[in-house]
Write a protein that binds this ligand. Sequence first.
Ligand code: 5GP
Length: 200
Amino acid sequence: MSKGFLLVISGPSGCGKGTLCKKILERNEKLIFSVSATTRMPRRGETNGINYFFINKERFSNMIEEKEFLEYANVHGNLYGTPKQFVLEQVEKGEIVILEIDVQGALQVKEAYPEAVFVFLLPPSMSELKNRIKKRGTESEKDIDIRLKNAFEELKFIDEYDYIVINDELIEAVEKTEAIIIAEKLKVRRLKNILEKIID
Ligand code: 5GP
């Protein structure tokens, strides 16, 4: 069986990464979402083990020490990390695993797993981004400013990514991301062992 791959999705806070991932996972049952660990407090409606593993700083530090993270970063003042064992097991089994992580984390993944696929999700404009974060109503004025400042910082790393998807109409962004997944699955280097099947 051929190996799966990691699909890293980054993009500024408020550009709709969460909604996009949710929709893609609904439409593609075989895709797997990597649930990150974070020291951030849960927002209303978030469930432990589904949206994140909500853990305290001490536990997070232990996990760093035990090398349990594929990558981790301090994002907007909280720690976030991808538990390593689960995602690597899934990739070995041939699955495609979605990592919704920030740029700092994506760069760490690229260093360790250059064969991963990197998608940068953008809002139609930065002013629209600000509207979306405000409308979400989950961040204070101060947090909104931090997130916007970070958004501009993140844009500087866009060249490290393989694909850009603009999230104007959600369904179009979902279809574009699905097209990326299909194209990536068809890469020759991922399909080498298919020759064994067709040469009879
Ligand atoms: P939020 O607090 O809005 O859920 O997420 C804030 C930021 O943290 C988002 O940009 C999100 O992609 C990023 N993030 C979530 N999980 C991880 C992770 O495991 N690692 C890294 N590096 N970033 C993450």
